[in-house]
Design a protein around this ligand. Structure first.
Ligand SMILES: Nc1nc2c(c(=O)[nH]1)N[C@H]1C(S)=C(S)[C@@H](COP(=O)(O)O)O[C@H]1N2
Ligand SMILES: [Mo]
Length: 198
């Protein structure tokens, strides 16, 4: 078996742990939607119902997953919609440099635009060939494999286009605004000037 190179301080557990704050939301296809709001090009909010979402272009990605609690799971296969496809359907206005990704029950994580639209980032519906389980974020979760796992928002319901950066749920509770595991950006006290909102 090929050995996986891990970011500093990480270990490989058995399986994929389930980890989140709060309850697992139910999925109701009839009332589910994914909203794109904030600084859109039109100034209007976009809403994709479940049928609209399933008609967007799809891709597959294979990536390791790194949680700040120090587990790393190698070689997960994700299928879903690349953020670029959502952005084409709901274009940003000028000056959008960040997004806030919102989940059910108010969880959120902020991302730089470049991390949101990075080639590895995915709005995933499937993990290892199966539809996501409720625990792992069904029906749609973000996967940002090049950042710590708390940025990989489960149960995504909205993307907010931001002109100014703003901290999400964990970023506001002492975690690093950028969250690059290769640079061990775990905590906000490690932030360099320019890496987070004032
Ligand atoms: N909505 C929501 N998404 C979330 C979380 C959460 O608490 N709520 N926890 C994050 C954290 S800290 C990690 S490590 C991953 C874990 O994903 P998994 O449970 O599929 O392994 O989900 C992330 N996404
Ligand atoms: Mo995590």
């Amino acid at each position: 078996m090929e050995e996986t190179r891990l970011p500093p301080g990480q270990y490989v557990p058995r399986g994929l742990p389930v980890i989140h704050y709060g309850r697992v939301p139910p999925f109701k296809p009839g009332s589910w939607d994914l909203k794109v709001f904030g600084a859109t090009a039109s100034g209007e909010e976009h809403a994709f119902g479940w049928d609209d979402f399933t008609r967007l272009p799809r891709v597959t990605r294979v990536a390791d997953f790194h949680c700040v609690t120090k587990f790393s799971v190698p070689g997960l296969h994700w299928d879903g919609v690349p953020p670029s496809a959502l952005v084409d359907a709901a274009p940003p206005g000028p000056g959008v440099r960040h997004v806030m990704v919102w989940a059910e029950y108010g969880y959120s994580a902020n991302l730089r635009w470049s991390d949101f639209t990075a080639p590895g980032t995915l709005l995933a519906t499937h993990l290892d060939g199966e539809p996501l389980s409720p625990d792992h974020g069904a029906p749609v979760r973000l996967v940002v494999p090049h950042l710590y796992g708390w940025k990989s928002v489960k149960w995504v319901r909205a993307i907010e286009y931001l002109l100014e950066d703003r901290r999400g749920f964990w970023e506001d509770r002492g975690y690093h605004n950028v969250a690059d595991p290769w640079r061990e950006q775990r905590y906000s006290y490690q932030e360099e000037p320019g890496e987070g909102p004032p």
